[in-house]
Design a protein around this ligand. Sequence first.
Ligand code: B4P
Length: 198
Amino acid sequence: MLNIVLFGPPGAGKGTQSQKLLDKYNLIHLSTGDLLRSEIAAGTALGLEAKKLMDNGLLVPDEVVIGMIENKVKEHRQAAGFIFDGFPRTVPQAQGLDKLLQDNDTEISAMIALKVDDEELTKRLLLRGQTSGRPDDQNEELIRKRVNEYNTKTKPVADYYAGQGKYFAVDGIGEIEEIFKALCQHIDALKEKQEENK
Ligand code: B4P
């Protein structure tokens, strides 16, 4: 299986690039942000709880997102692989994901990080906020809080995968197509390696 963690701060282009990668590599897209927003739209108890945190730029508890991902991985046991978008966002989530994949006889192939500076992130998210209607994209203070959550809780996840020799980074600033090409180069190299080891 080809299991990719697409990593980066809020607004780095994870969702944008995931959509393109799915089409090319026939993978299942698991975005915890999207899963949480569907819970909110459906008005579930989990959604109501998550909404309070998300609207304030804070992370949702680890056990909630790990549980959601577990259900989805089990639903798609026959998949060619997964793109994890916006997950894991903390080291305990990364550990939970490793265990879950191990229980399903697979593992993370690589984490690929999109590198974008804070000023560009703020600009992109404020722009998206003009049309997305997402409460967490509406003001600069909230966006900075999300970036701060990323810097304190999420960044260490990169070290976690670097420790396993699975961390790669690409420049997330520039044309969407160019960034996509850079991601594909890494993924094609991984696929080749998997073929050689078969
Ligand atoms: P997410 O839905 O994951 O939101 P995001 O990080 O804001 O989005 P993303 O990074 O995918 O957006 P994209 O760059 O594609 O999370 C939302 C909230 O849910 C979190 O704050 C948290 O509360 C909660 N949550 C989710 N997962 C969680 C977890 N695992 N644990 C705990 N809590 C969790 O797009 C941004 C904008 O940039 C778009 O408008 C796009 O068009 C634009 N863009 C993309 N690429 C560009 C480029 N190259 N140039 C210019 N603009 C570009």
